[in-house]
Design a protein around this ligand. Sequence first.
Ligand SMILES: [Fe+2]
Length: 315
Amino acid sequence: MAGSFLKFLRIELLRGDLDMTNQKRPTLLSDHVDMRILATDPADEAAVRNAIVQLDRDHPGFRDQEYRARRNAIARIAADYKPGMPIPVAPYTPEEQLLWRSIRDSLEPSHQQHACAEYLECVKKLELPRDRIPQLREVSEKVHAVSGFRLEPIAGLVEPRVFLECLADGVFLCTQYIRHHSTPQYTPEPDVVHEIIGHAVTLASNRLAELNRLVGEAVKRTRSADALERLSRVYWFTIEFGVVRENGEIKAYGTGLLSSAGELEEMHRVELRRFDLEMASRQNYDPTKYQPLLFCAESFEAMYQTLREFLIRWR
Ligand SMILES: [Fe+2]
């Protein structure tokens, strides 16, 4: 995906419980969590109301005022959300529903060809609607019934530690907006397609849900910035961009791959390295491009056992 990368997103507003700063932070994990920029002046309510989400000039929707207004409206829903409340309905437009259908139609054959068996089982379990964007509430209820994981709406990006530690509590923070219509196969940051078709579906696997929880628990035990960065890279090369062998073929279980038909095709042409998580924790990556190297386990089971052990032993 060059998919879920957040370096383009600038968010203003946000709730009082979040750290307020206008300083860019070093990139730790460029999916969901990096470079969140919060209100420079929380007292400036007019600015907050009128410009919740600012997009970088490179963002596909930068010049589209209508799109930016939609992003603001949907971000506002999440900003008003408090944990424990029923998740509010995000009212999508007919054009957004059409975009979802088009992306889903292009992804489905790719999944049949390139997704691991565990993922395809999860798709069957969830039975998500095909003709409209599923609401987070209904997806959360279905996922929770299987693995105990819940989804919660988030306006945009959160600190790496906040995002990852929520996983320990069985909570996945989800954006609800959809990508710009001009780039149906690309989004520079996580959108509802990546969150649902990628993460939510995989969280309907008890084994993948357990691994997500273990990541969160490992983050809670992590003190140094260097160790957090290494753990973030492990998350990147497994939960986001993991591949395994199945019957001699390379199959994806990583959510970044599973939410991008283009990157699913491309993964057969990249350098594959053996599933060495110490190596993965030291491997840099460029989130703005298709990944040129991936760490491949010999089977889903081998990946599960190795990553589980690694996370449990992480100190
Ligand atoms: Fe992601």
